[in-house]
Design a protein around this ligand. Structure first.
Ligand code: NAP
Length: 337
């Protein structure tokens, strides 16, 4: 009997917060690889906030998922059969493919995991897209100077946790904003930011003020909304605002309300506000990964992974990002380790 595997299919676009009913699990025959192809057993799947944008029809920086197709995202897998030169059974690969337990791939965009001493799951986090986002967003867009106060929102998350540590490596003061006391403790005690505050605390803006007595020189914004409003009020002269993500509005339909006209401040304080995409720096990803890997090896860059067990829980893991259930990089373990 031919073997089968499971895959997820995107079946409907959500309105507002997704519920999980946007996806259907189905069982399909596992194909053999054709010449030029490999068969990969998926071990780990990454869920990322940008996927909410792909659930929406219409133009964005990434094409929407079509109803009826298998959603794609970052994954780690093991080659189980190869008819493509350069790949052999047992190879551990990192790349982007569909939410399937077994994936038939042509090898394009796949990387054989280059560091046997480091976990390949890092290729979905600190040594992958989130780490690169932190690196280029902070260093190239934020351009921190020693002594600067760098504030980052979603500080306990995959991108934010790296941003604050890189800021410290650059000689800055790192201040994190996160959504719970547990996350604040992680940011302060494990990631070793200089200070951290929880926006769930009613007094949090006073705590932010106290943590940034000379104002905010670089604000790395992962969330937008009221958190960002509070930071914008505290920007220093010639501050830089790195607009990385706006997760607070990803589940809102229609345009976000303009709650404050802070553009005036950009004149008065000569502030630079700049959005970016990690892909803008694709030609320099390899160089950045070498530096990030060296910091990981030396213990100067640390992180955490939140693991949801089981392929059948991929949508649940994705939804958790919008409730803040993850500390560090959110992963799904599909098989093995
Ligand atoms: N520009 C780029 O190229 C690029 C690349 C990668 C990621 N991003 C963006 O970077 C941001 C962080 O991504 P990530 O992968 O590192 O995710 P993450 O921070 O690991 O997870 C998302 C976190 O966002 C926070 N959050 C969720 N809903 C929120 C809300 N309504 N208000 C405030 N905070 C909320 C939660 O943390 P709390 O519990 O602390 O609230 C949650 O844990 C996202 O906005 C993402 O879209 C941009």
């Amino acid at each position: 009997m031919a073997s089968t595997h499971r895959r997820w299919v995107f079946v409907r676009r959500p309105e507002g917060m997704p519920t999980g009913a946007e996806f259907r699990l189905e069982e399909v025959p596992t194909p053999d690889p054709d010449p030029g192809q490999i068969l990969v057993r998926t071990r780990w799947i990454s869920v990322d906030p940008y996927m909410r944008g792909r659930m929406r029809a219409g133009p964005s920086y990434a094409p929407p998922w079509e109803v009826g197709e298998v959603p794609r995202g970052g994954a780690v897998g093991e080659v189980v059969a190869s008819r493509r030169p350069g790949f052999a059974p047992g190879d551990v690969v990192v790349g982007t493919w569909g939410w399937e337990e077994m994936a038939r791939l042509d090898g394009h965009g796949l990387t054989r995991w280059p560091w046997p001493d480091l976990s390949p799951t890092l290729g979905l986090g600190m040594l992958g897209m989130p780490g690169l986002t932190a690196y280029f967003g902070l260093f190239e867009v934020g351009r921190p100077r020693p002594g600067d106060t760098v504030v980052v929102s979603a500080a306990a998350g995959a991108v934010g946790s790296v941003v604050g540590q890189l800021a410290r490596l650059a000689g800055c003061r790192a201040v994190g904003i996160a959504g719970s006391a547990e996350k604040v403790a992680f940011v302060r005690d494990v990631l070793r930011f200089d200070a951290a505050v929880s926006y769930q605390d009613p007094q949090w803006t006073a705590a932010l003020e106290a943590a940034c007595p000379d104002g905010v020189d670089v604000y790395f914004d992962n969330v937008g909304g009221s958190v960002t409003e509070a930071v914008m009020d505290r920007l220093a002269l010639r501050a830089r605002v790195v607009v990385c993500g706006q997760i607070a509005r990803y589940n809102q339909e229609g345009p976000a309300p303009v709650t404050r006209d802070w553009l005036w401040q950009t004149i008065a304080k000569r502030i630079r506000v700049e959005g970016f995409l990690v892909g803008d720096f694709a030609l320099r990803h390899a160089e950045a990964l070498e530096r990030l890997a060296a910091w990981v090896r030396s213990g100067r860059l640390v992180g955490r992974e939140t693991v949801v067990e089981g392929f059948e829980r991929v949508p649940e893991a994705l939804l958790g990002l919008f409730r803040g259930t993850n500390v560090g990089k959110q992963l799904v373990r599909v098989a093995g380790s």
